[in-house]
Design a protein around this ligand. Structure first.
Ligand SMILES: Cc1ncc(COP(=O)(O)O)c(C=O)c1O
Length: 445
């Protein structure tokens, strides 16, 4: 098996970062100017985590292409880390938004489009009742509140390596086997998150965590995506559902990323039966919107109690613009036929990466979840968050991002993850694979 020379990685990072800076004088100047008014030079802190010492500043983006202020056009396989899985500004969504913009945006009243959205979400995911919020973080926070109200319990069970937005209860991880600690990147101390955290794919740990009957809800993705793509082992979901029911805990499934698997997410593909369901990011084609689904039983419990009000929702949530944007996106963009094109293109991409890895005899692998693929610099796919963290290779990650950017391909920062949108073509993914092949050649030459 080929081993990669660490000093070569360092040398290549230096070379590629110099090239990145030299070829982007306008982005660099804008970043310098931005530092005087935007904290850290960016409007949202994650944006400094792109490769190179500054992010590219964008002139425009459409479909699977993004052009920066220096005139470089990229094949964008990051797609706003799923927020634009639809491709940038899909025409049907953009036109629907443009029309509604002149007819009222935030009304704090429902429209007929909201009903269409509720009916379509019920058809896709199987839960009968829906609420519309602004971000997936919101949807998860409110789902937790509802679960606490119904169960009269406080604790939330999450999996090590998860991410569900800036939800306090999920910003925890496991240390030294069992100890719960706060995630290292958090801003300031959290007020004792009411959580329990275990490793994914460990049924004994799950039973031990649930059996005291003090957990209000499990908040999980059906397959993990934020520690690389980690699939549940056979029987895991059946056991999770059986145990949550046995111990009186509600199950919240977050499909914000796993919607890459198909139009009804893994919930549909695997016939999952969540009590609450959350989704955000691409459902409105890039406009901020999210949805929370509720089972019949959960809805009945909530409607039987005092009205939901303070603590759930917000004045801008469920607005008229979100309704038309979700409707246009689900009706015309993230359709069954779009997935039928996106998934084979992603298969081609993943098969190409797999071949390059195997031909070079590198101890790496690639995983795929529908139209999402991720390569990891380890031979065996991790089974849980701890295994994933143990194999993280920051230098290789940094290098592949900047190497790709210099050759016209954007991949998602924080992961070596690529997404295929309805606008992404075979030529786009072939360009990615050509660049990935060059990256491997340079490393192992
Ligand atoms: C699985 C999952 N759920 C929820 C969120 C939160 O989404 P947002 O930041 O749009 O609120 C994320 C963000 O990456 C996520 O990965």
């Amino acid at each position: 098996m080929t081993t990669v020379d660490r000093s070569r990685i360092k040398m290549l990072i230096e070379r590629e970062e110099e090239r990145y800076i030299a070829e982007r004088p306008k982005s660099r100047a804008l970043f310098e100017r931005a530092r005087a008014s935007l904290l850290g030079g960016v409007p949202m802190s994650w944006m400094v985590e792109w490769p190179g010492s500054f992010p590219v500043f964008v002139k425009e983006a459409k479909g699977a292409r993004l052009t920066d202020v220096d005139g470089h056009t990229y094949v964008d396989l990051c797609l706003g880390d799923s927020g634009s899985l639809t491709g940038h500004s899909p025409t049907a969504t953009a036109e629907a938004i443009a029309k509604q913009v002149y007819k009222g945006m935030t009304l704090m009243l429902p429209t007929e489009d909201h009903i269409w959205v509720g009916e379509e979400l019920a058809r896709r995911f199987g839960l009968p009742f829906w609420q519309i919020y602004t971000t997936a973080t919101d949807a998860n926070r409110f789902a937790i509140r509802m679960a606490r109200r119904i169960t009269k319990r406080n604790l939330v069970l999450v999996f090590d390596g998860c991410y569900h937005g800036s939800v306090d209860e999920a910003l925890v991880s496991v240390k030294d086997g069992e100890k719960m600690v706060l995630r290292h990147a958090i801003v300031g101390p959290l007020p004792n998150p009411a959580s329990r955290v275990i490793q994914f794919n460990d049924l004994d740990a799950l039973e031990k965590a649930l059996s005291p009957r003090d957990i209000a809800c499990v908040l999980c993705e059906p397959a993990m995506t934020n520690a690389g793509i980690i699939f549940p082992e056979p029987g895991y979901h059946e056991a999770l559902r059986e145990m949550t029911r046995r111990f009186g805990t509600l199950l919240i499934i977050d499909e914000t990323h796993t919607i890459s698997s198909g139009p009804g997410g893994l919930t549909r593909i695997w016939n999952l039966e969540p009590d609450l369901f959350t989704i955000g990011k691409p459902i409105a084609g890039g406009l901020p919107a999210a949805a929370l689904g509720l089972s019949q039983e959960v809805a009945e419990e909530l409607l039987a109690g005092p009205p939901l009000g303070l603590g759930v929702g917000g004045t801008l949530s469920g607005n008229a613009l979100q309704a038309v944007a979700i409707r246009a996106t689900l009706e015309n963009v993230l359709t069954q036929s779009a997935y039928e094109r996106m998934i084979p293109i992603t298969e081609r991409l993943a098969n190409g990466i797999d071949k390059i890895i195997k031909d070079a005899d590198l101890p790496w692998h690639v995983n795929r979840l529908g139209c999402r693929a991720e390569y990891r610099f380890c031979r065996i796919p991790p089974r849980n968050g701890a295994e994933s963290e143990a194999v993280f290779d920051g230098d290789l990650d940094r290098l592949v991002h900047v190497f790709c950017a210099n050759r016209g391909v954007l991949i998602t920062p924080f992961h070596s993850m690529v997404l295929v949108s309805p606008a992404t073509t075979v030529e786009d993914v072939d360009l990615h694979n050509k660049v990935f092949g060059e990256f491997v050649n340079e490393l192992v030459e």
